[in-house]
Design a protein around this ligand. Structure first.
Ligand SMILES: *Cc1c(COP(=O)(O)O)cnc(C)c1O
Length: 496
């Protein structure tokens, strides 16, 4: 049976269900599989003939050995079915030119790629409660930079034995994102704006998690805290699937031959999405370079180039808010693997990050980073230019986050001359960020919020995602704002 250990304590050994239930290890480390299952050419050939749901069950079963493949297939059917996803392909590839493909991950209920994991996690968690004999109600706390919160609520709404409370930075999300969150339905959901930026909200949630007295008080009320942030293994694993699936689609469509390498270019914030691509490569998927695309908050670009992670820098609010992050939590899992699973070394880096806001990795890790990754960033002007260029040249409309990846991919190719077929990842529908997308294609946004959906539709003739169109006329249900120091009380109130 596959066991999970902590990046800060490799002697810990818990089951997959326990790892999903806990979200984060008690020692502050990230729960991580003790070994990485291997796949081969036969596996990929088999998968290339299967549906996305079947691919999901086969890949996830390799890691979650305490769930059956049938069980996982049932979850995948619920997560990615026609009532949730607007295309049977679920995560379709769009060919942009001979060697460039775009992996569209936003065809789910909230029009962002977070749905890929958050339609799955609640089902994994709900089953985990049964598997571990848990009788408490799980309360999910989420700090969101915009997309996670909505996607998590949509996944957890109405799921028995769960509640969910979402914190978002008051002025750090788009109007459509805010409208999506404050209109969320469901009796077990709560939403609160935090005065500050995403890191403030995330630090607040982390503080609550690491407060033993608060946990104790909540336990007495029958609640157990857990996380749906991308530090939960149940978030990373469903994301591993779509990289393998994209490769299988390229195989099936004759774009590549078995064994050919493919690069992935991923717009990155918390390092979750690109970490999933790293796992796919470690499993044996033929991956060339992993191109890590950041916006103006370029802490990861510097890290990949120098080996120094330094969060002591200005925080920028950008038009790709889901990537406005200075502390990329999932990087800890990469450090764990690249250090040869050296928990003491990881603890050292994380202590230094907590104390000084920076750390420098070993030469061994530096050379592994250079080998497998390439980091670049795309500023605001570059983001706008990438949207305009792809729309003008190819008639393809992308959102601001995807544009960061497109911009960085262009830099990468210019700088390296690498011709390897490349998939860049599209993480949100352009309709989630109408104002910036309209401006980028030369339109003047008129009005605000959800009215812009119609304007973008009129200007481009592309389809408005069904659920976003339905936001118009939906009633606002939540109106709570808190200082970050008050977040504990918000949680205590919610779980009265
Ligand atoms: C969350 C998000 C990202 C960043 O993903 P990470 O897993 O945090 O790296 C990129 N684009 C969009 C639209 C997102 O919602």
């Amino acid at each position: 049976m596959m066991k999970y250990l902590s990046t800060r304590d490799r002697t810990l050994r818990i089951t997959g269900a326990e790892a999903v239930k806990l979200g984060l290890s008690k020692d502050g480390g990230l729960l991580t599989p003790e070994s990485i299952p291997q796949i081969d050419g036969d596996f990929l050939t088999t998968l290339s003939k299967l549906s996305y749901q079947e691919r999901t069950a086969k890949v996830m079963a390799l890691y979650l050995t305490d769930y059956t493949e049938d069980e996982l297939l049932g979850f995948a059917g619920n997560a990615y079915g026609p009532d949730k996803y607007d295309t049977p392909a679920v995560a379709p590839l769009r060919k942009v030119d001979g060697s460039t493909h775009c992996l569209e991950l936003w065809h789910g209920p909230t029009s962002a790629f977070k749905d890929m994991a958050l339609q799955m996690l609640p089902q994994l968690l709900s089953a985990a409660l049964g598997k571990t004999g848990e009788d408490k109600t799980v309360c999910i706390l989420v700090a969101t930079s915009g997309d996670t919160g909505k996607a998590a609520m949509e996944g957890f709404a109405g799921v028995p034995q769960t509640k969910i409370m979402v914190f978002y930075p008051k002025d750090g999300v788009s109007q459509v994102q805010e409208a999506q969150m404050v209109t969320q339905e469901g009796e077990n959901v709560g939403v609160c704006a935090v005065v500050g930026n995403f890191d403030d909200a995330q630090a607040g949630v982390k503080r609550i998690f690491s407060d033993p007295e608060l946990r104790e008080a909540l336990a007495r009320r029958g609640y157990l805290l857990s996380s749906a942030n991308s530090i939960n293994w149940g978030r990373i694993l469903p994301q591993v699937v779509y990289y393998i699936s994209a490769y299988c689609d390229l195989l099936r469509d004759g774009e590549i031959r078995l064994g050919d390498k493919v690069n992935f270019c991923v717009p990155t914030g918390n390092f979750g999405d690109i970490l999933a691509a790293y796992y796919a490569g470690r499993m044996g998927l033929p991956v060339g370079k992993l191109i890590c695309a950041s916006n103006r908050n370029d802490v990861l670009t510097d890290f990949l180039r120098t080996g120094v992670y330094d969060r002591n820098r200005p925080f920028h609010t950008t038009m790709s808010p889901s990537m406005d992050i200075l502390v990329s939590s999932n990087l800890e899992r990469l450090l764990f693997h690249l250090s040869g699973e050296n928990d003491a070394e990881v603890r050292g880096y994380m202590e230094s990050l907590a104390k000084e806001g920076r750390y420098e990795v070993s030469d061994q890790i530096k050379s592994a980073l250079r080998e497998e990754f390439w980091g670049g960033f795309c500023g605001e002007e570059g983001t706008t230019a990438a949207i305009a260029k792809l729309y003008k040249d190819k008639g393809y409309l992308i959102d601001t986050h995807t544009a960061v990846a497109a911009g960085v991919l262009e830099q990468y190719r210019k700088e390296t001359g690498d011709q390897t077929p490349t998939v860049f990842v599209s993480t949100a529908s352009p309709y989630k960020f109408c104002d910036h997308v309209l401006a980028a294609i030369g339109e003047t946004p008129k009005g605000g919020g959800v009215e812009l959906l119609d304007q973008l539709h009129a200007a481009t003739g592309t389809a408005v995602p069904r659920r976003l169109a339905a936001l118009k006329g939906k009633k606002r249900r939540f109106d709570l704002t808190a200082e970050k120091a008050e977040m504990d009380n918000v949680v205590l109130d919610f779980l009265k």
